[in-house]
Design a protein around this ligand. Structure first.
Ligand code: NAD
Length: 266
């Protein structure tokens, strides 16, 4: 007796199986890859078969990451970028396209905080956060678009924050940038969907990285008390969703904002 394959395991007409989250042959660019969530995403995409361009400001850390990925059998390259500079982003993306002839996945992950209460917030604290967390994404998305349009394929994943959904005292600049990212991503998703390009936002909650390690212990405990799953997240928790959104298994998902936050915002 021949057994029917279980639902989802059938793999015909070149359609991706629901179990195939691989990105073999794809070229992926991850900004802010030197540490934290970006490092987790770069490592996971390489493990899924993509050639990953790891970009950030700190070349030494990037070189170390690339060596780690290659030692594990993956493919990666290091590239210095300052996402607060238009010239730097444009140079990065032209060099990726020149070297690899394509770009399939763009993960806009680099981000900073410059926390202050509104009345004390300096213009530079506002400007730096908007430039690094929001304007950079406008520039990089524009820079990859011609190539993705020609390919008639591409997945752009923007790393937002639950703070962009809930707001947070002391983070008016950061919340504005992260909320702006959502409106930007939905608009571009509508513009390019007919050409096979998808744009989604991943909104992490409280993830263990350098960005959150500086928080006072009491503030961490207070925050944890409002996380139903009762723990902080790890970069790999965010990376798993990015691997899914980069893969063709998520081909019918665009314009979405998906949280990885232990249930913090629901
Ligand atoms: P992190 O500070 O550990 O790492 C940030 C990365 O961005 C580093 O690689 C850094 O070099 C890079 N970066 C910063 N400014 C840059 C610039 N001008 N040019 C190039 N690279 C630059 O932070 P993280 O926690 O890993 O955060 C990654 C992303 O996730 C950010 O967008 C952040 O806003 C978002 N996020 C983090 C959390 C969290 O709890 N950690 C929660 C929600 C959202």
């Amino acid at each position: 007796m021949t057994r029917k394959p279980p639902l989802g395991l059938k793999h015909n007409r070149g359609e991706p199986s629901v179990l195939n989250l691989r990105s073999d042959g794809k070229v992926a660019l991850v900004t802010g890859a030197s540490r934290g969530i970006g490092r987790g995403i770069a490592t996971a995409l390489a493990a899924a078969g993509a050639t990953v361009i790891c970009a950030a400001r700190d070349l030494a850390r990037l070189v170390e990451l690339v060596a780690e990925i290659r030692a594990a059998g993956g493919q990666a390259h290091a590239h210095v970028v300052d996402v607060a500079s238009r010239e730097s982003i444009e140079a990065l993306i032209s060099s990726v396209i020149e070297a690899h002839g394509r770009i399939d996945v763009l993960v806009n992950n680099a981000g900073i905080t410059r926390d202050n209460l509104l009345l004390r917030m300096k213009p530079a604290e506002w400007d730096d956060v908007i430039a690094t967390n929001l304007t950079s994404v406008f520039i990089s998305t524009q820079a990859v678009m011609k190539t993705m349009l020609k390919q008639r394929a591409g997945s752009i994943v923007n790393i937002g924050s639950v703070v962009g959904l809930t707001g947070n005292g002391g983070q008016a600049n950061y919340a504005a940038a992260k909320a702006g990212l959502i409106g930007f991503s939905k608009s571009v998703a509508r513009e390019v969907a007919s050409r096979g390009i998808r744009v989604n936002v991943v909104t992490p909650g409280f993830i263990d990285t350098d960005m959150t390690s500086a928080m006072p212990e009491a503030a961490k405990q207070a925050l944890l008390a409002s996380v139903p799953l009762g723990r902080t997240g790890q970069p790999r928790d965010v990376a798993a969703l990015v691997v899914y959104l980069a893969s063709d298994v998520s081909a019918y998902i665009t314009g979405q904002t998906i949280s990885v936050d232990g249930g913090f915002h629901m």
